[in-house]
Design a protein around this ligand. Structure first.
Ligand SMILES: O=P(O)(O)OC[C@H]1O[C@H](O[C@H]2O[C@H](CO)[C@@H](O)[C@H](O)[C@H]2O)[C@H](O)[C@@H](O)[C@@H]1O
Length: 394
């Protein structure tokens, strides 16, 4: 029998005690060892005055600028631009893409292979949000999921345990997805709503990173928040980022609770070095924060040994599906931060990473899908296959 979430709301009741050794939580998270300079649990840290950016050489030499330029495939040329040169270029890129696909074949074309491996196994689905379930758009607040995608994810969750693992805050991604049937991990996995399970490998009450909370209906829920000590620091750095980037037209800073994002998609490219330098200068004052690159976004996050890959392992354990030969996790994502999850699955040889990309990229994912419309088809195919299987068994 497939494990199905039994909850009717995204808010979960208390999980049973955890088997900490199986969770593989590093000792640095139990609780934090203070690696950088010490900081108070709340209140003010350091005031970063608004100032002229430091030497631009900093961001050039540390590779930030190159990473920013490479951080998202260029938009497809509009059809109005019908020169011969454009069609030759698109042919070339199609050829490059096809040869890249020899290494990372389409999960739709290889669907037969995937389900062959899934036979007699429980599939667990992990989905990134932006660029995977919703198309990339200029305004992060308008990255909406289509009704068709919502219904495909809902149907998938009827048969397979399904979790969303996003860089956005857990609340925001739940607001966008709006399905109570799923598990949610926000802030790149640093804010996990623990699953209900009869299994003993879930969160214990006395776990240092486990927080009890209540939902809007007053129902108790349990959260795993390995970076919760950073909450005031992220809040402070968020405010500094807002203040110091406001001179860059098009820049947008988001507070994701345990991380913050600085978007430069809508900033004139000539100002990218300046915005990079501005973020770099702020981060110099926060040695316990680091930067990762997303699609046209700089992501500021705590220096802890936790990422989307760890979140996948954690959720599998919490669902009672960890370290089992009869479980096949499938992770679908489009971003560099999803690589941590692809790596876990590839190295553990126990599941499939699927990269969503319409351009060749270095990746640890096994398979590929071009865009969210192919993700939709893939989810629908999984559901159809499962329905057929159940019909055969009936
Ligand atoms: O882990 P994810 O769910 O993929 O979230 C990663 C980032 O996604 C969002 O930004 C990206 O999508 C935006 C909307 O399409 C786009 O405008 C932006 O350029 C992309 O980087 C989100 O706004 C970020 O905060 C997340 O970190």
């Amino acid at each position: 029998m497939e494990l199905k979430p039994t909850h009717s709301s995204p808010v979960l009741t208390d999980p049973a005690p955890v088997n900490k050794s199986r969770l593989g939580i590093p000792s640095s998270l139990l609780p934090y060892s203070q690696q950088g300079p010490s900081f108070p649990a709340s209140g003010k840290y350091i005031t970063i005055p608004r100032k002229k950016p430091g030497k631009l050489d900093d961001v050039r030499s540390n590779g930030w600028l190159d990473a920013m330029k490479a951080s998202s495939p260029p938009r497809k040329k509009l059809v109005k631009d019908l020169s011969l040169e454009v069609s030759a270029t698109s042919d070339d890129s199609e050829i490059t893409y096809s040869s890249w696909m020899l290494k990372h074949p389409s999960a739709l074309n290889c669907f037969g292979q995937i389900i062959k491996h899934a036979r007699n196994k429980k599939i667990a689905i992990f989905l990134d949000y932006d660029g995977t379930l919703s198309p990339i758009v200029d305004d992060p607040d308008r990255a909406l999921m289509s009704d068709a995608m919502r219904s495909a994810v809902r149907n998938a969750a009827m048969y397979f345990p399904t979790a969303i693992i996003s860089g956005r805050s857990r609340h925001k991604v739940f607001e966008l997805v709006g399905l109570t049937e799923l598990y949610y991990a926000g802030s790149h996995g640093m804010d996990i709503m623990g699953p209900v399970s009869s299994n003993t490998n879930t969160l214990s009450d006395d776990h240092p990173n486990c927080v009890k909370s209540t939902d809007q209906q007053g129902k108790e829920l349990k959260l795993f928040q390995p970076a919760r000590e950073f909450l005031p620091m992220i809040d402070e750095v968020f405010r500094t980022l807002v203040e110091n980037t406001k001179e860059f037209e098009g820049a947008k800073v988001e507070n994701h609770k345990f991380c913050a994002s600085v978007h430069y998609r809508n900033v004139d490219e000539k100002n990218w070095p300046l915005i990079a330098q501005c973020v770099h200068d702020i981060l110099k004052e926060y040695p316990r924060l680091r930067l990762t690159h997303g699609r046209r976004v700089l992501e500021v996050r705590p220096v802890i040994d936790w990422n989307k890959g760890k979140a996948v392992e954690f959720l599998l354990e919490s669902l009672g599906l960890g370290s089992r030969d009869d479980v096949l996790p499938i992770y679908i994502g489009d971003d560099r931060t999803d690589e941590d999850a692809f790596k876990i699955l590839r190295e553990g040889n126990n599941g499939y990473g699927i990269l969503v990309s319409s351009a060749p990229k270095e990746t640890k994912a096994f398979y590929s899908l071009r865009d969210p419309s192919e993700v939709l088809e893939f989810l629908k195919s999984l559901v159809r296959w499962k329905e057929l299987q159940e019909a055969e068994c009936a």
